[in-house]
Design a protein around this ligand. Structure first.
Ligand code: ATP
Length: 238
C-alpha cells in the first residue's frame, strides 16, 4: 500500500500551541491523482500539509512521502509546497523569483518559462511582486511550487482570492498535471471545489471523516451537492 501511495500517514500525532490537533490520524494519498483535502477552518488541513512537507514538528506516528520519511533531504526538489501566505520575494519580479528557485533546484530557463505559462501570468511576470494583486501573487507562489517539476504538489488553499475563471483554469491545470503522473494534495474549504478532485479526504476536528470519490460522497449521503453532503456526514451539524 505504502509503495503505491504518494503519501502515507500512520497514527500521526501533532500538538500546536499546547492543543492536540491530531491524535492517531491515518490516511493514504494515492499517486497520480488530484486529492482534495477538505474541511472547515481549524480542522487541521494546514497542519497535515505541513506534516507532509516536513515543516511540522510531530509528536508521534509516521509520515511517508514518495517512499521516504517526510522532511528527508532526498525529497527536496521532489515536492512542491505552496503555503497559504505567499512565499516569494516582494522586491523581485515573478520571473526573477522563479529563476532563483529554478537555480536552487538545478533547473534551467525553460522550467521558468513553462511555470509562467502554466499559471497564466503573462506580462505580470516581469513586474515586481510587490505591485501585483493578491490573486497574481498567489499564482507566482504556485509557479514557484511548479518550477522544479515535482512528483508531488502540496497546495494549501491555492485558489483563495482568485476569480471564478482563474479558479477554473487552475483546477484544469491540476487535472493536466495529474494526467502527466504528478500527485497533488490540494486543500480547500470551498466544498464546491470537491467535484474537481479525483478523490477526497474530509477532515473534521483533526479526524478523517471520509476518504472517497466525489461521486461516492453524493451517493453515500444522498445530498445534491458537496456542501450539503458534508453537513450530512457531520450528522446535520451546521
Ligand atoms: N501557530 C499555531 N499555534 C497554535 N495553534 C495553532 C497554530 N496554527 C494552528 N493552530 C491550531 O491547530 C488547529 C488546526 O489548524 P490548521 O491551521 O491546521 O487548520 P485548517 O483546517 O488549515 O484551517 P484554515 O482552513 O482556517 O486554514 C486549530 O485548532 C488551530 O487553532
Amino acid at each position: 500500500m505504502e509503495r503505491l501511495s504518494a503519501v502515507s500517514v500512520q497514527n500521526l500525532a501533532v500538538r500546536r500551541g499546547g492543543r492536540e490537533v491530531f491524535s492517531g490520524l491515518s490516511l493514504e494519498v494515492p499517486r497520480g491523482q488530484v486529492v482534495g483535502l477538505m474541511g472547515p477552518s481549524g480542522s487541521g488541513k494546514t497542519t497535515l500539509l505541513r506534516s507532509v512537507a516536513g515543516t511540522q514538528i510531530t509528536s508521534g506516528g509516521v509520515v511517508t512521502v514518495l517512499g521516504q520519511p517526510a522532511g528527508s533531504a532526498q525529497l527536496r526538489g521532489r515536492i512542491g509546497y505552496m503555503t497559504q501566505a505567499p512565499s516569494v520575494y516582494d522586491d523581485l519580479t515573478a520571473a526573477e523569483n522563479l529563476a532563483y528557485f529554478a537555480r536552487l533546484l538545478g533547473r534551467g530557463r525553460d522550467a521558468v518559462e513553462q511555470a509562467i505559462r502554466e499559471v497564466n501570468l503573462g506580462p505580470e511576470a516581469h513586474r515586481p511582486v510587490s505591485g501585483l494583486s493578491g490573486g497574481q501573487r498567489s499564482r507566482v507562489s504556485l509557479a514557484a511550487a511548479l518550477v522544479g517539476n515535482p512528483d508531488l504538489l502540496v497546495l494549501d488553499e491555492p485558489t483563495v482570492g482568485l476569480d471564478p475563471l482563474l479558479r477554473q483554469e487552475l483546477w484544469k491545470l491540476f487535472a493536466q498535471l495529474a494526467e502527466r503522473g504528478t500527485s497533488l494534495l490540494v486543500s480547500s474549504h470551498v466544498m464546491d471545489e470537491a467535484s474537481r478532485c479525483g478523490r477526497l479526504l474530509l477532515l473534521h476536528k483533526g479526524r478523517l471523516l471520509a476518504d472517497l470519490t466525489p461521486m461516492e460522497l453524493l451517493e453515500q449521503t444522498g445530498a445534491r451537492d458537496a456542501d450539503r453532503a458534508f453537513l450530512v456526514l457531520l450528522g446535520g451539524e451546521p
